[in-house]
Design a protein around this ligand. Sequence first.
Ligand code: ADP
Ligand code: MG
Ligand code: MG
Length: 252
Amino acid sequence: MLSIKNLQASVDDKEILKGLNLEVKAGEVHAIMGPNGSGKSTLASVLAGKEAYEVTGGEVRLDNKDLLELSPEDRAREGLFLAFQYPVEIPGVSNINFLKTAVNEIRAYKGLAPMEAKEFLKLVKEKQKLVEFDAKLANRSLNEGFSGGEKKRNEIFQLAMLEPKLAILDETDSGLDIDALRIVANGVNHLRSENNAFIVITHYQRLLDYIVPDFVHVLYKGKIVKSGTKELALELEEKGYDWLKESVDAEE
Ligand code: ADP
Ligand code: MG
Ligand code: MG
């Protein structure tokens, strides 16, 4: 589904991603861990097509389409979804209207007519229930005045509504209390299927007790320096990153 080969990217002429490789198949959940500043959010931003990030080498294919050639909007239409580490507030745009626009944009891209109002509201109700999202929040302005946890849960609500092919969750767990964490994880687990894939970026092993990944990767200095299964996350929890950093630093 997603194939990243030797990806290199810079911000402000500073090289952040330095030859990153990653293969994600449909039905898989990949966790990306790694020390602060190693390039995890940069990877998410580059995949989403954020402007400030310049790709200087390598290739990214989503279902065999050249992702890097597409605008951020078309990437979303192709089924890429990014749950932000810091979701933005958009006063004056209601959450529901925002979602209606997004849902219908994706439908239009697939050649489908806009969803009937009744059908849309039914979907909203169903998905609100799935992610235990407060109906009052759905009717407010997008993220405006939401608590940190409410913003993160709203990202998962959006994810549930849009049913992307590939969802990237950038530290959706940070700032969540244990109940909210469980709700977010349940939402993701319900949405997991043979037809989609998830990349879960996290600092903490804790989330991976709830969202059990098929693969765990460590990103350090702009590269994936180690890959394994869920046991790798437990090992990192126990030993930290220093042992990995040392072996990578020694090679430089
Ligand atoms: P992580 O998410 O792994 O903590 P980031 O991808 O956020 O790491 O950051 C990687 C490096 O890139 C850091 O040194 C950070 O300061 C730098 N960086 C990221 N985004 C920007 C930006 N917009 N402008 C300048 N530097 C940036
Ligand atoms: Mg960080
Ligand atoms: Mg980050």
